[in-house]
Design a protein around this ligand. Structure first.
Ligand code: SF4
Length: 200
């Protein structure tokens, strides 16, 4: 018997075909055939569980493959403000992840630590906050202040393994400077926040 057919047997509201699960149905079968209650799938929740916030559309590089360099892109340059970020407050308690980047370079926004601190105050402890960066502006002191604000992950995007290719791809950058901070960040669990930080 298919899993859908088993679910139909224990819950007449569950449709046997079509892959559609009604809002009232959060039942799944365990190995022994017992019905379990699970959280509704993300599409059926009242709030988003993942949130992507574009903290700036500005960038310190001019990579040839970037959408910002395409003819007629027409992207307006601007930054997320604390006031606009505050309007997202009702969503934070429901988030599993908060990603603070879009097209631009998030480290250009000097309010980043404030955004992280604000979201961290009301996000669930298991929810993570992170962003992707080209890494060129990531000094030791900035890395520490981000972690102390409550950041969980940074993903450094490098895009080339040799200095020559890097210069061609990432106009305005140098591979030597696109490295992780020279001093190690506080080890897992010992940062001011007690959270486990990871690089990507
Ligand atoms: S670093 Fe990213 S946002 Fe900046 S120009 Fe390159 S691809 Fe675009």
């Amino acid at each position: 018997m298919s899993e859908n057919a088993k679910l139909s047997a224990i819950n007449p509201e569950y449709p046997e075909s079509g892959g559609f699960i009604k809002e009232s149905s959060t039942d799944r079968l365990s190995e022994g055939g017992t019905a379990l209650k699970l959280a509704p799938s993300p599409a059926l929740r009242d709030y988003p569980s993942k949130l992507y916030v574009e903290t700036t559309t500005r960038c310190n590089l001019g990579c040839f493959m970037c959408v910002k360099q395409t003819d007629g892109c027409g992207m307006t340059e601007g930054e997320m403000t604390p006031e606009r970020f505050a309007a997202l407050e009702p969503v934070f308690p429901h988030l599993e992840s908060l990603v603070l980047n879009g097209i631009g370079e998030p480290l250009l926004n000097l309010e980043l630590e404030g955004f992280i601190r604000r979201a961290r105050r009301s996000m669930p402890a298991a929810g993570w906050i992170g962003f992707q960066s080209n890494g060129l502006l990531l000094t030791d002191s900035r890395a520490y202040s981000l972690v102390e604000a409550g950041l969980d992950k940074i993903c450094i995007s490098i895009d080339a393994a040799s200095p020559e290719t890097f210069r061609k791809v990432r106009e305005g950058g140098s591979l030597r400077r696109s490295t992780v901070p020279s001093r190690p960040l506080p080890p897992p669990g010992s940062a001011a926040t007690g959270r486990k930080f990871s690089w990507g």
